[in-house]
Design a protein around this ligand. Sequence first.
Ligand SMILES: [Zn+2]
Length: 189
Amino acid sequence: MTDPFLRPDPRLEGELRTLQHPGLPRHLVAQPPLPTDAMWMARALERAREAALVGEVPVGAVVVESSQVAGRGRIIAEGRNRTRQDVDPTAHAEIVALRAAGRRLGRSRLPGTTLYVTLEPCAQCAGAAVLARVDRLVYGAADPKAGMAGSLGNLLQDPRLNHRIQVTPGVLAPEAGALLTEFFRERRS
Ligand SMILES: [Zn+2]
């Protein structure tokens, strides 16, 4: 059986490139990772592992000050999927982290921040990132079934919306994908 999460992601390779997709809008403009992206993604993966321990789909997210991403950085908030615990279909890792970041900073918009998430965001979370006005979104594994940062479409860079987000896909994608694959394999057995 082919494993969509473990399939090599062509977006991992090369410099800035444009990907063509059949949906609307038609492409993702992907930025290469910054040196500290893997470190923050590792932290998001820790949150994802915590989710798995309590039976939640293992997805984690971290909000970091963009201006300091290239240096030592400062974390603003983090979160993990908690849809089952909260009995809330919207309680995805990104939403949990963005809400916590808004509370922490005392504002509903978060320019100057980067959102790290272990799985390509769904329509809800990509939309929330646009509403939050985050500068960058960095994700791990692609989600061929629900991803709206290049897989099914691209809500993050739609020129018709009044905010667009820089995107770096594929950071620690094998680790993020393996966590999801393992989780669903155990649930099936
Ligand atoms: Zn989501």
